[in-house]
Design a protein around this ligand. Structure first.
Ligand SMILES: NC(=O)c1ccc[n+]([C@@H]2O[C@H](COP(=O)([O-])OP(=O)(O)OC[C@H]3O[C@@H](n4cnc5c(N)ncnc54)[C@H](OP(=O)(O)O)[C@@H]3O)[C@@H](O)[C@H]2O)c1
Length: 239
């Protein structure tokens, strides 16, 4: 799908990959709907976009299905269509499987798994009505790995993979393409925003091994734009 003049909703748009994705899609001529919990940060992102970009800000907690429905409704009322939904909001927990706080796990299940589900369930009726659309779910390269210390986080993305690939099959007949996108390690505040269990010691996600430098959020955003245009079942940054 070409993105010029298309209406694109991005969750987790207040910083990091979501904010960079807003900038890249705005430069490509999209109309944007920016969602996250922090209204002030969303306003700052909107302010940083090219001046011609039509932008709507809808402060939203994606773990609340009523707020996600309100996000989709407000986007539809403002623009009369929703072409692309990017389910990007997410958070990690760093903790050992044997001791991780189940409540912390529950919180990222609500955010990383049920957040995208709420988005899909709210947007699909509108996309069916208008004859199609694209839904991009932001997963992670760690959803293909078993890295000690992030098993709970990775497992939420494993589950998102299954939901996304199945939804693609279920929604194909309605001309709705679900795309699964995997960033790799990306230079954002994602690590800082993660919940750390107290007993992690000097744990690091790279296990202390030398790692290639992280991708920039802008490089990841440009790949997400490519994915929106080519609509593959699954793509992302190199492992
Ligand atoms: N950075 C990486 O290395 C990396 C690697 C692979 C995959 N990813 C995935 O890429 C996505 C974006 O990550 P990032 O690096 O950009 O992280 P980030 O910089 O921490 O940004 C996370 C975004 O999610 C939003 N968010 C958190 N909880 C929310 C909620 N309950 N409702 C609505 N929005 C919420 C945050 O905004 P508010 O706090 O304002 O709500 C923020 O905009 C995530 O799904 C992450 O799992 C990241």
């Amino acid at each position: 799908m070409e993105v010029q003049d298309k209406v694109v909703i991005i969750t987790g748009a207040s910083m990091g990959i979501g904010a960079a994705t807003a900038r890249v899609f705005a430069e490509a001529g999209a109309k944007l709907v920016l969602a996250a919990r922090s209204a002030d940060k969303l306003a700052a992102v909107a302010h940083s976009l090219p001046s011609q970009a039509e932008t709507l800000i809808v402060p939203t907690d994606v773990t609340d299905p009523a707020q996600v429905r309100a996000l989709i409704d407000q986007a539809y009322e403002r623009f009369g269509q929703i072409d692309i939904l990017i389910n990007n909001a997410g958070r990690a927990v760093a903790g050992w499987i044997a001791t991780v706080d189940p409540d912390h796990y529950r919180q990222i299940i609500e955010l990383n798994m049920l957040g995208p589900l709420h988005g899909i369930q709210a947007v699909v009726p509108k996309m069916k009505e208008q004859g199609g659309g694209v839904i991009i779910n932001i997963s992670s390269n760690v959803s293909k790995m078993a890295i000690p210390g992030i098993g709970t986080y990775a497992s939420t993305k494993y589950a998102l993979n299954g939901l996304s690939l199945t939804a693609r099959n279920e929604l194909a007949a309605d001309n709705i393409r679900v795309v699964l996108f995997h960033p790799g390690m990306t230079a954002t505040d994602f690590g800082k925003n993660a919940v750390f269990e107290e007993n992690m010691g000097n744990w690091r996600p790279d296990g202390g091994q030398p790692m290639p430098p992280p991708d920039s959020a802008e490089d990841v955003a440009r790949k997400i734009l490519e994915a929106a245009i080519s609509e593959p079942a699954e793509t992302g940054m190199p492992m």
